[in-house]
Ligand binder design. Structure first.
Ligand code: FES
Length: 614
């Protein structure tokens, strides 16, 4: 038997025996393609373009296709038997195999959505064919290939069958997840299959509307987490749950309302509808995870800090009141521990720590700092309460990284700074606080314990030029960073602010040291430090190392990876393979409870000190 080569989009190539049909090749290869009449040459819907090797059209081709289409090389895939080498192009983007591209991360993944849509022209019942309606739907789907097979459905779907078949003249689209027909729609709706990934943070929520065929991002929306009305941090929200009989309901309702609002904004931006959205993926810390799905997070805050559930959850949208297509599904990523949640799993997925040959350290810095260290053989993770200093909160002139915030400070010659939005400075954000303290250390204006030196104690020549900026502010020693001229508000860094930063950086640095020690490594064994999260993306790596937040030996190995939790959430939405990997990675991570490490108190006390820069 002669063999021929058939090449599909993306370079996917198969060598097959002459006479094999394109439908057989595509079904065997698991290529997502509709054969609405089951490949009998009747519906004329399985068109492909043969850019090389198109032979004589079949009788079915001639009946279904125009003369112009035939001349271009368009043929019915179910009727095309391979008789020479063929080059196949798809006419619809949904059939093309796509890669997911993530900015800031050198990686791609294949788009493989959780749900598939199949257009099918269902056989009509006759005296000779008395199969049930349901059986004819299932048979029509099964004829399209192995990934279209479905056996089960909720009764609500089956109840709609008689009316739907009649009104849609037996032309319907099935929405399938695993083995289940989750919905039946009239006509051919296969062109639209969208999903939305949500990163639910304690402070803010970000949503990404994605095309589940192409992996393209169609819209991005975000909002403050409205749960802040019940408390700024995780603990105060858990207290609300514990003290108010409606507490859990309140917190669950406001977060799902916010997700529905973001969904509405995103579909409006993209010019689509909520009904086009069939999948939602969610990451968040363990408390946010529990509150989103409506589980009481009480025990997350009590020793030994155990989550109610760590496995991935697949939930019907109606059970969460999510306003997407009811045939859709919500995929919630797994947790690792009470304070290492699904957001960290998203970070692991995006950074591929679980596949790495080399030892890497991943640090996601926020109000809580989550850290993971390891490679494909072993990963240790921990969490630490860094407090709000990195986000500019509880700092005398602190503010979020918004317009008017000083975001970077340079002590190379005098004191230079940049302001977000290029406007008059209103305050400083976390990255500028880091830069300032690094500069104060370098110039000897503060000592390694974080104490402001008196002007007469400063011996560093660069520092001596700045002693006029050492002022008293509300009876506390402070450094005048900007303003202070007649009528303008001084922007200062006070002794208390430095203490706040020491607590925050001590928490992260001690977590890193304990992970390294428990792993049995030396700092030099770490080949890369991946900084995730909004703050991690803005900070100056040199300043982070200068104050000892990250071990100074690793300064040239730091890489910013942006919102890796959100990126991981998108991956889990777009790719079933990545979603499954998330579950395995979460199960295999070894969690280290820092509070129970005997060396923690000493390590933390030491980590609060600054490196001696002089
Ligand atoms: S003509 Fe219907 S599947 Fe090919």
């Amino acid at each position: 038997m002669n063999k021929h080569t058939v090449t599909f989009p993306g370079g996917l190539t198969f060598t097959v025996t002459a006479g094999t049909t394109l439908k057989e090749i595509m079904n065997d290869a698991g290529i997502n393609f509709d054969f609405p009449c089951g490949g009998r040459g009747r519906c004329g819907k399985c068109k492909v373009l043969l850019t090389a090797g198109a032979g004589e059209p079949t009788a079915e081709d001639r009946k279904a296709l125009s003369a112009e289409e035939l001349a271009q090389g368009i043929r019915l895939a179910c009727m095309t038997k391979v008789q020479s080498d063929l080059q196949v192009e798809f006419l619809s983007e949904k059939n093309v195999s796509h890669q997911i591209l993530l900015s800031g991360l050198d990686r791609t993944a294949k788009v493989e959505p959780h749900l598939v849509k199949r257009y099918v022209e269902v056989d009509k019942a006759t005296v000779e064919d008395m199969r049930t309606d349901w059986q004819r739907i299932k048979d029509g789907l099964a004829a399209q290939g192995s990934d279209s097979k479905a056996d089960t459905a909720r009764i609500t779907v089956i109840r709609d069958v008689p009316d739907l078949l009649r009104s849609a003249r037996h032309k319907i689209t099935a929405v399938i997840h695993n083995n289940e027909i989750r919905g039946l729609e009239p006509g051919n709706t296969t062109e639209k299959l969208l999903g939305m990934a949500f990163d639910i943070g304690t402070t803010s929520i970000a949503g990404y509307l994605m095309d589940l065929y192409t992996g393209k991002e169609l819209a991005v929306t975000s909002t403050l987490n409205p749960q802040t009305q019940f408390g700024a941090d995780v603990i105060s929200r858990i207290t609300h749950v514990n003290t108010d009989p409606d507490g859990l309901k309140d917190l669950h309702r406001v977060v799902t309302d916010a997700v529905n609002t973001l969904l509405g904004e995103a579909v409006a931006q993209a010019g689509v509808t909520r009904q086009d959205v069939y999948a939602v993926s969610v990451v968040g810390n363990t408390c946010m995870h529990h509150l989103f799905v409506g589980i009481n997070p009480r025990d997350v805050a009590l020793a030994p800090y155990v989550p109610v559930i760590a496995e991935p959850l697949e939930i019907n949208p109606r059970e969460l009141r999510l306003e997407i297509n009811p045939a859709g599904k919500v995929f919630v990523l797994p947790n690792i521990a009470g304070f290492v949640g699904a957001d960290t799993v998203g970070v692991l997925l995006a950074t591929e720590l679980d596949k790495s040959e080399e030892i890497k350290l991943v640090v996601d810095i926020g109000t809580n700092g989550e850290m993971a260290l390891g490679n494909k053989n072993r990963i240790l993770a921990c969490s630490t309460a860094a407090g709000p200093a990195f986000e500019g909160a509880q700092i005398t002139c602190g503010m979020r990284g918004a317009s008017g915030a000083i975001d970077h400070v340079n002590f190379a010659s005098g004191v230079d700074y940049s302001v977000i939005g290029d406007v008059e400075p209103l305050g400083i954000c976390g990255s500028a606080l880091l830069d300032t303290v690094a500069g104060l250390l370098k110039t000897g204006l503060i000592d390694p314990r974080g104490r402001f030196r008196k002007p007469e104690e400063v011996t560093n020549p660069a520092g001596r030029k700045l002693t006029d900026r050492l002022i008293s502010y509300n009876d506390s020693p402070a450094f005048l960073l900007a303003g202070g001229e007649a009528g303008s508000r001084p922007i200062v860094v006070t002794q208390k602010d430095i203490r706040e930063l020491q607590l925050a950086k001590g928490a992260i640095a001690s977590g890193i040291r304990i992970l390294i020690r428990n792993y049995g490594l030396e700092v030099e064994d770490i080949t890369e430090v991946l900084l995730a999260g909004a703050f991690g993306n803005y900070l100056n790596p040199h300043s982070a190392c200068a104050i000892g937040l990250i071990p100074p030996e690793l300064e040239d190995r730091i890489k910013m990876v942006g919102n890796a939790a959100g990126a991981g959430c998108k991956l889990a939405l777009l790719s079933t393979g990545e979603y499954r990997r998330a579950a395995v990675a979460a199960r295999n991570v070894e969690f280290i409870e820092l509070g129970s490490d005997p060396a923690f108190t000493n390590t933390f006390a030491n980590a609060m000190l600054f490196p001696d820069m002089e």
